[in-house]
Write a protein that binds this ligand. Sequence first.
Ligand code: IPE
Ligand code: IPE
Ligand code: MG
Length: 226
Amino acid sequence: MIPRHVAVIMDGNGRWAKKRLLPRNAGHRAGMKRMISLSEHIFDCGVEFCTLYALSTENLKRPPEELEGLFELFREYFIKNTQTLKEKGIVLRVIGNLQLLPPDVREIIQKGETETKGGTRGNLILAIAYGARQEIIAAVNRAVKEGGEMTEEAFSSLLFTGDVPDPDLLIRTGKEIRLSNFLLWQSAYAELYFTDKLFPDFTDKEFDKALKSYGERERRFGKVEK
Ligand code: IPE
Ligand code: IPE
Ligand code: MG
């Protein structure tokens, strides 16, 4: 079974650079290159939704030179890739608090989203300036304003991912075994896969291992085995 929605916490760029005595931003550049090829591979495998965690709300507290390097990579990514994604029928979406980004980065992102609308092959969702707790609190505030009783479905629809199915497989590269504020509500029943591979070393083959592991799992959702 191919997961319909795969989410990836792309971690380990800094350590990848450090191992090579390179600046952290060289690691982010290598990570970005890997992200572009990997996302193509993920859609080639038949996955419909791919969510990639590129920058957390907490990451915004990193030193200004690292952040500027990341923003510059986002500028490059959206400018270079929007047309290719459009041609391939991939819809680009960004989830997160875009207000926290420099205005020109925000505009480039919004342009990328507008231009790829209507694609039918897959959905590439980039989590940028994203935090799950902040997303949940924003949804709670909306719910309070609207009043009335909440259901799980109604609450889900208030999140950034309102129209996206929950992730089936959640991968984290880079050795850490934690979620770091990523899709906390949506991952209630996601299958988790952790790998020591640093993100720039997370090859398509390594992704296939994660798919294989997913295929061997029995998803019970709390029910008894058949
Ligand atoms: C992940 O790599 C990318 C971002 C969080 C922006 P890191 O920058 O966290 O890399 P490590 O964990 O320091 O190796
Ligand atoms: C999680 O990685 C965020 C992204 C990969 C974008 P971090 O490197 O920020 O996570 P922690 O600090 O190890 O929890
Ligand atoms: Mg990290």
